[in-house]
Design a protein around this ligand. Structure first.
Ligand code: ADP
Ligand code: MG
Length: 235
């Protein structure tokens, strides 16, 4: 489904005036300076920028894994205070609102493929037969059919990331945050994982925030942004 840019579009993820500094001995660094962000339902946006410019920090603020110094934000229609850590209710909401895909996969090495996908359901408190069926369907969807019992330690990087994408999608999130998801993969594998991520998000009607250094991947999203000197703007 193409990105629906119409008056009926609803922002699923919005932020205004986000500022974030980190202090260290002898000084502080302002990483985000008055950053505004808006992502519509079913749309994708990419964020590029030099290493250390604050891309992961921005994702962490949007996911409420980190607090901002100032600003405002909302998840779908729910206003949240980015200066505070999430309440228990917000943390539980996050489990179904957001899916996250990281460069380093963050799979649990002792758990097999299907168990790793089901971790998302455990966190959301929705472990049942229907969710298990969906986990199996998603494994097939990411090209890992019949691999339910395999440990991630026995998988290639591309397979691990496919598994991580299935886990991120399990709870039917409104938004996927992907932080350099192909950063550890060779060029060919990166291309097929990116195709899968973009296609799966479209099929699942999940909006996507993609942090990447790859220009072609960045341009494959509906909107390409760049983070420079604390400001987020068109690439
Ligand atoms: N928890 C932290 N404490 C202190 N400095 C941090 C912390 N997290 C990130 N930084 C600093 O903030 C800047 C942005 O980091 P990051 O968001 O990881 O950048 P990027 O993802 O664009 O590479 C870097 O200078 C980094 O050292
Ligand atoms: Mg980063």
């Amino acid at each position: 489904m193409p990105c629906a840019v119409s008056e009926e579009s609803t922002a699923v993820l919005q932020a205004e005036g986000l500022c974030k500094s980190f202090s260290y001995e002898g000084g502080s660094i302002r990483v985000l300076d008055d950053v505004g962000f808006s992502l519509d339902s079913g749309c994708s946006v990419s964020v590029r920028g030099e290493s250390g410019c604050g891309k992961t920090t921005l994702l962490n603020l949007l996911a409420r894994l980190e607090t901002a110094d100032s600003g405002s934000m909302s998840w779908h229609r729910e206003s949240l205070d980015p200066r505070t850590m999430p309440t228990a209710r917000e943390a539980s909401m996050r489990a179904s609102f957001l899916g996250v895909v990281y460069q380093a996969y963050y799979l649990i090495p002792e758990l097999n493929a299907i168990e790793n996908v089901m971790v998302a359901a455990r966190i959301a408190g929705t472990v049942d037969a229907e969710t298990l069926d969906r986990a199996r369907d998603l494994l097939a969807r990411v090209g890992m059919e019949g691999r339910d019992l395999q440990l991630p330690t026995k998988m290639s990087g591309g397979e691990r990331q496919r598994l991580a994408i299935a886990r991120a999608l399990l709870n039917r999130p409104r938004v996927i945050l992907a932080d350099e998801p192909t950063g550890n993969l060779d060029e060919k594998t990166a291309g097929s994982v990116m195709d899968l991520l973009l296609e799966a998000c479209r099929e699942e009607e999940a909006s996507l925030v993609l942090v990447t250094h790859n220009l072609a991947f960045a341009q494959a999203t509906d909107e390409a942004l760049c983070l420079t000197k604390g400001s987020l703007g068109p690439a």
